[in-house]
Design a protein around this ligand. Structure first.
Ligand code: CTP
Length: 405
C-alpha cells in the first residue's frame, strides 16, 4: 500500500451522471470522517445532479471536472498517480463502457488510466441497461482486469420501477474501497471493543466521570472493520460518532459496561478493553436532584468498588465461558513521567490483570485523552515490549491490530 500519511488514504472519488450522484455525497463524507484525504472528480453530467460547492465543502478539497484546468500541475495524471484507491460511484452504463475500453476524454478517464491503485466501481442504472449484453460484457472486462464491483442492489429505482441497478449504499461502497487496500487479515474474526469513559451517577443530573473521548477505541473498531473483522463496539459516552458497519451497544456506567461485555465476550475472538472504566461509583444514587441547602458546606460521597471487568474475564466469573484461544487486550493509562517506572507499572498491571497484551499510554492534562494523536507501547503477558506506535489514533489502532494478528 502506498499510503498518504500513516494509515490515512488518498482517495479519488469519481462521480458520474446518474441520479444516485446525490448518494455519493454521503460516500465522500464517510471517507472524510474516516480521516482520509478525498479528491472528488465529477463529470459534467454529475454536476447536473449535485452541486460543486456541496462536493467541495464535504470533501474539503477542490473538485476536479475539467481536463484543461490545472494543466501546469499535470492534474490529469497527478491525482491518479498519488491515489491509494479510486472509487467511481455512481458508475453509469456509459462510464462502465468508457472504463472498459480505456477512454480518456475527461479528467476521470485520464485519472483512472494514470493510476495503478485499486479501482472500485459502484454501478447504478436502470435494470434494462444493467442487463444489456453490452453492459454485461463491459463488466466482465472490468472484473477480469481486477476492478472491484460494489453492488448494484435490487430495489426501487428512480421511476416507479423496481429491479436490479440501484447503487450500493455508501457504507457498502466505503467498505469495498477499504477492503481493496487493507489486508483482510481479520476476515471471519469477531472482535469486541470497548471505548469511551463510564459515568457513575450521583443523582439524575450529575455523575463522576473521566476525560476519555473514545477516539482510540473507535479507531480500533474502525481499523478492525476495515481489515475484515465483524466488530461489536460497547460505547460509553463517545465524543465522536461510532463508525459505520460495526454493531454498537451503549453502556453508561461501569456496571452497564460489565453487563455488555458479559453478553458479548463469549463469542469474541478478541476483547479489546480501550474504555476508561471507573474503578468506583457512588454508593448511593439519589432519586432526585441533590440540593446544596440540604447538603451543607461539606458534602462527603462514599464510593464503592466497581467490578474489574478485565479480571472477571481473565480469572473471574466470565473466564469459564471464554472462547478457546480468545485474546484479551487491556489498556493502561498512566501519568507517571519516568519511562522506567512507567514500564514497571505497566508490567505489573499486565500481570495483575492477566491480559495477553497491555497497551500502555501516558496520559495527562494535555496528553492521551481527547487528543487526535497518541503514543503507545504494547507489552505481552510476560512484560516484553512487542510493539510501539505513535501518530494519529487510526495508525496507532492498526499497529495494535498488527500485534493481535
Ligand atoms: N478496567 C476494567 N474494569 C475496571 C477498571 C478498568 O476492565 N473496573 C480495564 C480498562 O478498560 C483498561 C484496564 O482495565 O483496559 C486498565 O485500566 P486502569 O484504569 O489503567 O487500571 P486499574 O485497574 O484502574 O488499575 P490502577 O488503579 O492500578 O491504575
Amino acid at each position: 500500500m502506498t499510503s498518504g500519511e500513516g494509515d490515512r488514504l488518498r482517495v479519488v472519488v469519481g462521480i458520474t451522471g446518474g441520479i444516485a450522484a446525490y448518494k455519493a455525497v454521503a460516500l465522500v463524507r464517510l471517507f472524510v470522517l474516516g480521516g482520509h484525504d478525498v479528491s472528488v472528480i465529477a463529470t459534467e453530467a454529475a454536476l447536473r445532479f449535485v452541486g460543486k460547492p456541496t462536493l467541495e465543502a464535504i470533501s474539503r478539497n477542490p473538485v476536479g471536472t475539467d481536463l484543461y484546468e490545472g494543466v501546469s500541475e499535470v492534474r490529469h495524471v497527478a491525482l491518479g498517480q498519488r491515489a491509494d484507491v479510486l472509487v467511481v460511484a455512481p458508475a453509469t452504463a456509459n462510464t462502465l463502457a468508457k472504463l472498459a475500453h480505456g477512454l480518456a476524454d475527461d479528467l476521470l478517464g485520464t485519472t483512472v488510466l494514470a493510476s495503478a491503485a485499486p479501482l472500485v466501481v459502484a454501478p447504478a442504472m436502470h435494470t434494462e441497461m444493467w442487463e444489456h449484453p453490452a453492459t454485461v460484457a463491459n463488466l466482465r472486462v472490468l472484473r477480469e482486469r481486477g476492478v472491484r464491483i460494489a453492488g448494484p442492489g435490487t430495489g426501487a429505482l428512480t421511476g416507479s420501477d423496481v429491479g436490479a441497478g440501484r447503487m450500493a449504499e455508501p457504507d457498502e461502497i466505503y467498505a469495498a474501497a477499504l477492503a481493496a487496500v487493507r489486508p483482510q487479515d481479520l476476515a471471519g474474526r469477531r472482535l469486541l471493543v470497548t471505548a469511551g469513559g463510564t459515568r457513575e451517577p450521583l443523582d439524575p443530573v450529575r455523575f463522576l466521570g473521566n476525560r476519555s473521548s473514545g477516539r482510540q477505541g473507535v479507531a480500533i473498531a474502525e481499523a478492525a472493520r476495515d481489515r475484515g473483522a465483524s466488530v461489536i463496539l460497547v460505547a460509553a459516552h463517545l465524543e465522536i460518532p461510532a463508525p459505520h458497519g460495526v454493531e454498537v451497544h451503549s453502556a453508561g456506567s461501569a456496571r452497564e459496561l460489565a453487563d455488555a461485555v458479559a453478553r458479548h465476550a463469549r463469542d469474541a475472538d478478541a476483547v479489546i478493553m480501550a474504555a476508561a472504566v471507573a474503578d468506583y461509583r457512588p454508593e448511593r444514587v439519589a432519586d432526585a436532584k441533590l440540593k446544596k441547602d440540604a447538603l451543607g458546606d461539606e458534602y462527603d460521597v462514599r464510593l464503592v468498588k466497581n467490578p474489574d471487568i478485565l479480571r472477571e474475564l481473565t480469572s473471574g466469573a466470565l473466564a469459564p465461558s471464554r472462547r478457546d484461544g480468545q485474546v484479551v487486550i487491556g489498556f493502561a493509562a498512566e501519568t507517571e513521567q519516568d519511562p522506567e517506572r512507567l514500564l514497571a507499572i505497566a508490567r505489573e498491571k499486565a500481570a495483575r490483570k492477566g491480559v495477553d497484551y497491555l497497551v500502555l499510554n501516558r496520559v495527562g492534562w494535555s496528553e492521551g485523552f481527547g487528543t487526535e494523536g497518541n503514543a503507545v507501547t504494547v507489552l505481552d503477558s510476560a512484560g516484553s515490549i512487542v510493539g510501539e506506535a505513535a501518530g494519529d489514533k487510526l495508525s496507532v489502532a492498526h499497529r495494535i491490530l498488527d500485534v493481535l494478528v
